[in-house]
Design a binder for this molecule. Sequence first.
Ligand code: HEM
Length: 510
Amino acid sequence: MTQLLGAPLLLLPLIGLGAIGLLGWQRWAKQQRFKSLRSQPSPPQHWLLGNIPQLLGAVKNRQLFQILFDWSKEFGPKYVYWVGYPVLVLSQPKLIDSTIVQGTRDGSLVRTGQSQRAWNDLMGPIMIGQDGPEWQWRRKAWNPEFSSSGVSHYFALVDQACHRTVTQLQATLPGEPVPMDPPFVELTMRVIAALVLGIPIDPSQPSPEGPPLEIEPTYDAMAVLTYRFLRMAVGEKAWRKYLPTQASKDYWAARHYLEDGLRSRLDLALQLRDGDPAALEKASPLFQQSMLVKIAAKEPRYTRATLLPEIVELLIGGTDTTAHTLSLAVGELALNPSVFQQAQATVDRVFDDQDAITLASLKQLSYLQGVVKETLRLYSVASGTTSLQATRDIVVDGVEVPAGARLFWSMLGAGRDPETYPQSEKFWPERWLTEDRQTPAPLMIDFGSGPHRCLGEHLAMLESTLMLAYLLRHFDWELVNGRSSVENLKQNLLIYPVDRMPVYLQCRSR
Ligand code: HEM
């Protein structure tokens, strides 16, 4: 009997030795495979965990963008960090752009399966989580709606929303600090909901097609989903949402809240597509002109199941991105009095000419567009949401990148690249103005590069330019917390000012 028991016991040390040997061999094989990247500059590493501890700490502090930026300052525009595999981090705009464009075109770079799964598990498959034909038909359907001319059809709605924000701000108490981020979140969410779903900007207007837009609960639900995206992107498994945890409960509650809010409008759009006369009677003109109705009519592959996640994607994509950019632009304007004065004078000229801003007069606001671009250059709010993986051995700017290695970007580093942006620390909107100059505008990569470049770029530019114009026309302002408002930044999915950009507003007397 003891002999029988003894035999497996004797085997244990051998199994242990075998496991250690296997792990050692795997580690050695990995080191051989990624040898070429060992010679690149790297932040100091833990002997076993590489740079995982520093990165986890940064994610926990919500400052991933900051550590990538700090490392780019210390180790240069191309460095490698190690998290079990190497990640080559680039921070030169031209190199980032050409690498993404070329690599995604020839298939040598793909989005990582992990981040795609995380995107597609928000609510279901969405554009940003798809590639190939599945991405293509979706993107083709939405592109015309969000093109420059497509968005211009909705100018009146954007204009109405900006006016509404000004009226709200005029109602705040004189001398009271006003955090600017929340009204901008409301603005951007109302705009995207009006364009996409036909929900009136003015919440007191009837919207017979479905429930009203409730800003706070919708925002909270979106925050739960995006936080879960982040957890999945760094390794949490999709099946964990079925465990009886608080995080899972929050996830399902958020999902159901959004589904319940969207269902009736989605169904009505599909009934309109089917030519249901009862649906036509129920649908307001605003709803009939919404992107949802147009898209449903145009693309038969859109059903309730395929449309629902996509609408949530647009709500998420269209809200915090533009809102935080506006907040940071308000901050930079306050910190740069000469830029403020020039921006205000530009706006006043347009108003003095025609008492309103129109689609045509928008062209005269290119200085304000420069303010928005300058803000994006410095703060790149949607900073590097997507990393790429090499599918085969490639060479990036002289660096051999073996198959399986990843590429990522320090967008804050890129925005301050002195070769692309001379005097890169200066907030200088003129660098984007090309009318009086022979030189082309500098490269702008903050809306992304390659096929997944931002769908909502034109909407974001229109919305933020118009909103800044109205703010400058109606108010002067000072920052309550001074420079720290633009320095104290954190990152959920997006970069945001921690204090929500409080200002002292002063109504202008003209
Ligand atoms: C200042 C505002 C904005 C910034 C900085 C921004 C930034 C970006 C970036 C960097 C990407 C590429 C992500 C990647 O490659 O993985 C992207 C994609 C996207 N953005 Fe935006 N965005 C903004 C506003 C908007 C708005 C207003 C919408 C509303 C429609 C929107 C919808 C989208 C969508 C749907 C995608 C995915 C496109 C695709 O996968 O084909 N964004 N955005």
